[in-house]
Design a protein around this ligand. Structure first.
Ligand SMILES: C[S@@+](CC[C@H](N)C(=O)[O-])C[C@H]1O[C@@H](n2cnc3c(N)ncnc32)[C@H](O)[C@@H]1O
Length: 266
């Protein structure tokens, strides 16, 4: 599997992708009753945007991702942050049955999937996760805002125009952040036996041009990154197109689908 999350993109992802605000982590802890005794699996962990803050709340985290460079960068970030309870493992959604054999049924407080479900077979995945999760635990599917070039603001539309011209194609992919995808995921979670509801955390952020350009690079497969000598001209095109629409205010909604198993009855 090669989605292009490797080489320089791992560093760009780590540097420019927004993390999750503490309120999102608090809401996961509350939804699944996570404690210092729990294990969490973060599937599609990337460079640790979710795995690292969650690790501070639980006993152990397994960060699973098919891209070795993302895992290496995540591991470095863990060292830098003094987080020592994450096991970084190479693997994809299709490896969760094997992981289940290692951990055992009913042993996991939560499986988190941040900005990654659109690459997975979610129907099959949710069924394989159900036995892994302890009573009252569950699965969380997080959409971390809307891609920068898909938002309903003048600067975002200007960015979309620049990118479409640069790539020579329409940019329509929403990476699972749209309502229709989330409805499908919710229906699929329910079909796998989870009780489903959605929560959201909203906040406003102010971006600068360096962040916007860096975030765009972090979303490109490594083979589509502009060559280093073309980057100044790319950044200049973005600056010229967006500057009339400054400030670059972004309204971020972190939408989280929570699928809970039934809590144990005594
Ligand atoms: C956009 S990043 C998300 C990283 C992080 N979870 C976040 O919330 O920012 C998507 C990650 O999913 C991983 N991925 C892609 N396909 C996957 C699959 N089938 N199973 C597990 N992870 C996958 C990619 O390698 C990448 O690191």
């Amino acid at each position: 599997m090669d989605l292009g999350f490797r080489g320089e993109v791992a560093d760009l992802y780590h540097r420019y992708r927004r993390g999750y605000p503490p309120a999102v982590i608090d809401s996961l802890v509350e939804s699944f009753g996570l404690t210092g005794d729990d294990t969490v699996v973060d599937l599609g962990c990337g460079t640790g945007q979710l795995a690292l803050p969650i690790a501070r709340q639980v006993r152990a985290v397994v960060g699973l991702d098919p891209e070795p460079d993302m895992l290496l960068r995540a591991r470095r970030a863990a060292d830098e942050q003094g987080v020592a309870n994450v096991s970084w493992m190479i693997g994809a959604d299709t490896d969760t049955p094997t992981l289940g054999r290692l951990l055992g049924d009913g042993t996991v407080g939560a499986v988190t999937i941040g900005q990654a479900l659109h690459w997975m077979d979610h129907d099959r995945l949710f069924h394989t996760l159900a036995p892994l999760v302890r009573p009252g635990g569950g699965v969380a599917v997080l959409a971390n805002g809307t891609p920068l070039w898909q938002q309903d603001t003048a600067w975002s539309r200007a960015l979309r125009d620049v990118l479409e011209q640069w790539c020579g194609r329409k940019l329509t992919r929403t990476c699972g952040t749209d309502e229709e995808s989330r409805r499908r995921y919710g229906t699929s979670l329910a079909a796998a036996g989870f009780e489903v509801h959605e929560t959201g955390v909203d906040y406003t952020d102010e971006l600068d041009l360096d962040r916007i350009v860096g975030s765009v690079y972090s979303a490109l497969p490594v083979d589509e990154l502009p060559a280093p000598d073309r980057r100044p001209s790319f950044a200049e095109q973005v600056r010229c197109a967006l500057e009339p629409y400054a400030p670059f205010t972004e309204h971020v909604r972190v939408a989280t689908l929570i699928g809970r198993t039934h809590a144990a009855t005594s």
